[in-house]
Design a binder for this molecule. Structure first.
Ligand SMILES: [Zn+2]
Length: 304
């Protein structure tokens, strides 16, 4: 009995609602990811990006790879179309722009970590973000090599950008060191075993709507008309129909079906955390490196 009781407790503990994330005061954020669609996927972060913009933030998206293998076209065509769709999605979410490093998609193991890290440090020092969003380098194994590589480079850059002896040539060029105070980290749950989240970000329906629209902006890889066609054929075989799909082309139906997916996952994460809609993250804070102070100010600060 004892192992069963322990197992039940563990399950209960893992299912406990997460605390609601506080959006830090600030004005700039960077989303640092390998791929054209990583800012809009079902495991994050479109809702949080829309929420930061609604809170007055300005944001930029860094796409580290060239996405040449993502899509049905040849390498250069995939690269260009994925970049354009990434820019459209960033605009839908209210972001200011996209940087593209162009490292070879899925072949990033030989990419020099030092060079990738230096690129990120440069942009951190240029934009001086209050918040950085990215993959969790401390999460469980993710089979995608680009996710692992960029997560590591990002974690190192967030720390090293604040050290004046790291790339002093940036200082000679007029930039200053910058320590990023806040982070929101995610993990792809179906490419490994996910990660441990410590907060739920509550989303309103307008933020979920932008998240849905940003996701389906990636038509090179999502919302394929053939998917809608096969769903319809299957429904017809079973004598069923979905009235909302009636009168729609396969292109329109595919977009709607993928939008429902994004709405669904936002509701599931919300339900798990007693919220209408949510995304979950490992949030890091400005005083994590001073845990004694962090604990003290949690109970000893008052509004000015
Ligand atoms: Zn990705």
């Amino acid at each position: 009995m004892r192992p069963l009781i322990l197992m039940s407790c563990a399950l209960l503990a893992s299912a406990a609602p997460l605390p609601k994330a506080k959006i830090p005061a600030g004005k700039t954020f960077l989303v640092i990811q390998p791929h054209h669609d990583d800012h809009t996927t079902d495991y994050g972060m479109g809702g949080l990006i829309a929420k930061l913009v609604d809170s007055g933030y300005e944001g930029w998206f860094i796409r580290a790879s060239n996405d040449e293998k993502d899509g049905a076209h040849g390498y250069p065509h995939n690269d260009m179309i994925n970049l354009r769709e990434s820019e459209t999605a960033a605009k839908i979410l209210g972001m200011k722009g996209v940087y593209s490093f162009g490292w070879r998609n899925d072949y990033m193991d030989p990419t020099p970590l030092l060079e990738l890290r230096a690129q990120i440090i440069l942009l951190i020092r240029k934009h001086r973000p209050d918040v950085v969003l990215g993959h969790d380098p401390w999460g469980h194994y993710d089979r995608n090599p680009d996710h692992r590589k960029v997560a590591r480079a990002c974690a190192e850059a967030v720390w090293m950008a604040g050290l004046p002896n790291v790339h002093p040539e940036h200082l000679d060029a007029g930039l200053k060191p910058w320590r990023v105070p806040h982070g929101f980290l995610k993990a792809r749950v179906d490419y490994g075993r996910g990660h441990e989240a410590n907060v739920a970000v509550d989303l309103d329906d307008t933020q979920v709507l932008r998240k849905r629209k940003a996701y389906v902006a990636h038509l090179n890889v999502y919302a394929h008309p053939s998917m809608a066609k096969s769903v319809r054929a299957q429904l017809q075989k079973e004598g069923l129909t979905v009235p909302d799909l009636d009168g729609k082309t396969d292109e329109e139906a595919a977009v709607l079906i993928d939008e429902w997916h994004m709405d669904w996952i936002s509701r599931v994460r919300g339900r798990e955390n007693n919220l209408p809609y949510a995304e979950v993250y490992w949030q890091t804070g400005e005083f994590d490196h001073l845990p004694g102070l962090k604990s003290y100010i949690e109970t000893n600060t008052v509004p000015r």
